[in-house]
Write a protein that binds this ligand. Structure first.
Ligand SMILES: Nc1ncnc2c1ncn2[C@@H]1O[C@H](COP(=O)(O)OP(=O)(O)OP(=O)(O)O)[C@@H](O)[C@H]1O
Ligand SMILES: [Mg+2]
Length: 445
């Protein structure tokens, strides 16, 4: 992408309405525009990151054996009357009436709808286990939408639902989700700690939240710092193996980690003092096992291997896809702007031409641009007729992890400069060497 042909409306001034750094940077980097309280347009740069995050979520769900689908944003109220939640959900639910005076709602979550789909099409234990998920816009009429996409009213969520024959099988689904979530967040360059949590209106008592540590987080968290040393990395996991998933869950749930809702002072004090940490965290996901909470009232039953009709055991699992952009920026920025982890960056590399209009620098930039694209590394080429300082400031603000700087002085000896946004370190090398370095860096992303 050439910057002169792109749509990147960066802001020079700090927007006064933004209270936290991620919101400020998303506005300044031209990623989002607020259309109403808690409702945003995703401008091209923000949209690219959103799609990257979605892609990682999809890949890790499919790797765990879960099946993608898509349910609508609008749902009939009658389904929610069956579960009893139409009245319980309260003012957070956006209620809508169509021209035929039928009650609809903009879905805040999808337990009822997925249970309805299941009961219509599945009747036997032979069709289990089954986990279906989608990534779809949700609406919750939050009383205080704030912090940009972090607490929106309309937001993008991955929500998945498992259907299993009994509690043991459903607990395996729970564990499988925890493992797949750990890998999902790691690929985004995040440390998200699973913490035992209290369950909200979705119900049930077996639940963990995933929290990213950040001072601006809305939850107070207490944890044993030993948990920060755990990494899944490229471990090969057999998601069908109950033992393997359970072992990983045990590893991650052994160190103390809880939010204020479930915090237990006595247990916490048993952690060695040097490792006892109190902080704040951003909730980027949550998993639940809730048994037959929906299958009972909604009569989602299957015939088991003894020929008996039993309610199916369920759980639900959510990832805050749009919130993740804010969480990643909170965890990865400096005073000049965003620092995208390679896994989610909108463009893998930026090219800065220090002397636009000069035949040699233009030619070298074009050649780099084409070679990188051919390698599948779509660069953002700053081909504006601007001062070097302004180009560097834009690159730093939008946070591409790597920058190639092309100027007449280096080119005289056949060299360009490769700079890391994170460390600020630059290295001179030939354009070919810069390309192969980038290919190597992105091999695992
Ligand atoms: N208003 C929102 N804006 C953006 N993301 C949200 C919002 N509400 C929830 N999410 C994301 O969706 C995920 C799954 O939804 P869940 O039902 O667990 O939310 P929740 O526990 O009600 O969230 P919170 O406690 O932050 O209000 C959350 O972990 C969070 O990352
Ligand atoms: Mg939650």
């Amino acid at each position: 992408m050439r910057l002169t042909r792109y749509f990147l409306p960066v802001l020079k001034e700090n927007p006064s309405e933004a209270q936290i750094v991620s919101h400020r940077l998303m506005l300044r980097a031209g990623m989002i525009r607020q259309q109403a309280a808690g409702i945003y347009s995703w401008l091209p740069l923000g949209f690219r990151v959103l799609r990257r995050i979605e892609q990682i979520v999809h890949e890790e769900q499919v790797r765990a054996g879960h099946i993608p689908m898509l349910m609508p944003t609008l749902q009939p109220a009658d389904l929610w009357r069956e579960s009893g939640r139409y009245d319980d959900y309260g003012e957070e639910m956006l209620r809508i009436r169509d021209r035929h005076k039928r009650d609809l709602l903009y879905g805040p979550t999808n337990e009822e709808m997925i249970t309805d789909i299941f009961r219509a099409h599945v009747g036997s234990y032979k069709d289990l286990p089954l986990t279906l998920y989608h990534i779809q816009w949700k609406f919750r009429d939050e009383i205080r939408p704030r912090f940009g996409v972090m607490r929106g009213r309309e937001f993008l969520m991955k929500d998945g639902y498992n259907f299993d024959i009994d509690q043991d099988a459903a607990i395996h689904a729970y564990n499988r989700h925890m493992v797949s979530y750990l890998r999902t967040y790691e690929r985004m360059g995040l440390t998200a700690i699973p913490m035992r949590a209290a369950s909200g209106p979705i119900g049930g008592d077996n639940t963990h939240e995933f929290l990213v540590l950040a001072e601006t987080g809305e939850s107070e968290v207490f944890y044993d710092s030993a948990i920060l040393d755990l990494k899944l990395g490229n471990r090969v996991v057999d998601f069908d193996s109950r033992e393997e998933c359970e072992a990983i869950v045990r590893e991650w749930t052994a160190p103390y980690a809880r939010t204020d809702e479930t915090h237990d002072e006595a247990l916490f004090n048993a952690v060695p003092e040097a490792r006892r940490k109190t902080s704040r965290g951003i909730e980027v996901g949550q998993i639940f096992y809730f048994g037959t909470k929906y299958s009972d009232p909604m009569k989602a039953v299957v015939v088991n291997d003894k020929g008996e009709r039993v309610p199916v055991h369920m759980g639900s699992h959510g990832i805050g896809v749009s919130r993740l952009l804010g969480a990643i920026i909170e965890a990865s920025h400096d005073d000049r702007g965003i620092i995208w982890p390679e896994g989610v960056t909108p463009f893998p590399v930026g090219i800065v031409n220090l002397k636009q209009g000069d035949i040699a620098t233009d030619g070298a930039c074009e050649a780099l641009y084409n070679t990188l694209r051919a390698k599948g590394l779509e660069p953002l080429y700053d081909d504006r007729d601007e001062r070097a300082g302004a180009k560097f400031a834009t690159m730093d603000l939008i946070g591409l992890p790597w920058r190639i700087t092309v100027g007449p002085r280096g080119l005289a000896s056949g060299l360009v400069e490769l700079t890391s946004r994170r460390t600020g370190q630059s290295e001179e090398m030939t354009p070919e060497a810069a390309v192969s370095r980038l290919v190597q860096i992105y091999e695992n992303h």
